[in-house]
Design a protein around this ligand. Structure first.
Ligand code: EPU
Length: 341
């Protein structure tokens, strides 16, 4: 375990916001929590959990204990001729896990390649891309109670997975630390490509004479993401800042009458999902600077960017302005995917 006081989190959040945590604690084993809780100073402060902080926006210095998990081991827990179940430490980088699955020719994670963040954040946020979501492959989530250190196990159906949400982001936020996640993957001969997302299907047409493999999908997804999303190593950002809004069938009729060129996707509940990126681009924000330090990416209108030494407040102001403009033009409220602290 490592404890650091007044510690800058600049390298620990993909927005690259320079704020300090009163204490930054890296947990390496279950008993660390009990040891930390026995310290009066630490125990009297609020605790928050971060993974790769690829979905967080820090506003000010944190008078808090910021906890992160450093368990990184991958263990095969069960396998048969067609399937493998692997249990993975929450501190492992998400993309490292996807690479492991590809090296072993396993299906299930290839559409989720190149997403920043950790394995522990995947169930919290139910990360998703290119027609796949973490909930499709997660079978169990093991957590540690941040007050007692006790272990709790959640089956997939206990996790209340939803679009970019789960019970760990709602009821158990900052109460349960994700410790290990179990994934059910398919062996090379037993799985098949998920081509639900039309852009991915189109990008794969050049392989039409070849049998698709997890590696081909993985490479294609990385290519697509690199084209559309600014590189977090160059420009601080947190991927999609807002969720794609879902509107009722009634409101959609009025909306589509006025904005007939708007793309949409009908949900299984008969509602309509409108790409937030289209709404933002249509208000003129794509590629626009808000001030010297912040703006909206020219590659993708859903991505807010820290171009220099932006503060969390500046990015928040930009986000508020975008919400206001979209509200005003379309009567649709954009909900944030990124959590502001
Ligand atoms: N579009 C625009 N302008 C843009 C970009 C997109 O008008 O600048 C429109 C286009 O009509 C496009 C549609 O928006 O067809 C959808 O765009 P895209 O395929 O890029 O997907 P998205 O809905 O904007 C979602 C996820 C991404 C994920 C992609 C690919 C959310 C909030 N975002 O974006 O996830 O990578 O699909 O599956 O659901 C993330 O959560 O951080 C993230 C990057």
């Amino acid at each position: 375990m490592r404890i650091q006081a007044n510690y800058s989190l600049k390298q620990y959040n993909t927005f690259k916001i320079d704020i300090k945590a009163k204490y930054f604690v890296e947990i390496e084993k279950q008993s660390d929590i009990v040891v930390l809780r026995s310290d009066l100073q630490l125990s009297s402060l609020p605790w928050i959990i971060i993974g790769g902080a690829s979905n967080l926006l820090f506003n000010t210095d944190l008078e808090k204990v910021v906890v992160t998990c450093r368990f990184k081991k991958i263990k095969i827990v069960k396998e048969d001729d067609d399937n493998v179940w692997i249990s993975v430490g929450a501190g492992l980088g998400w993309h490292e896990l996807v690479e492991y699955s590809i090296e072993n020719n396993l299906w299930g994670l290839e559409n989720l390649a190149y997403i920043p963040g950790t394995v522990g954040a995947a169930p919290v946020q139910n990360i998703g891309a290119y027609g796949a979501e973490a909930r499709d492959v997660i079978t169990r989530v093991q957590t540690l109670n941040l007050f007692t250190g006790e272990r709790e196990v959640f089956r997939n159906s206990d996790c209340q997975f939803d679009y970019r949400s789960s019970i760990f982001k709602t009821d158990y936020k900052n109460k349960l630390l994700v410790h290990r996640v179990t994934f059910h993957l398919k062996k090379g001969h037993a799985g098949k490509a998920n081509l639900y997302y039309s852009q991915l299907k189109e990008a794969l047409t050049k392989y039409k004479k070849q049998e698709l493999t997890p590696k081909i999908i993985f490479d294609t997804v990385i290519e697509l993401r690199k084209k559309k999303l600014p590189d977090v190593k160059k420009y601080g950002n947190a991927g999609s800042f807002f969720k794609n809004p879902i509107i009722s069938a009634d409101y959609f009729k009025k909306f589509a009458n006025k904005f007939s060129d708007a793309p949409y996707h009908k949900t299984i509940n008969g509602e309509y999902k409108i790409p937030a990126a289209w709404l933002i681009e249509s208000t003129g924000w794509k590629g626009k600077r808000f001030n010297k330090n912040t703006g909206v990416s020219q590659l993708h209108a859903l991505v807010l960017v820290n171009y220099g030494d932006a503060t969390g407040k500046e990015i928040n102001q930009l986000a508020n302005q975008i919400q206001e403009d979209v509200d005003h033009k379309f009567g649709i409220h954009l909900e944030r995917e990124v959590i502001c602290i």
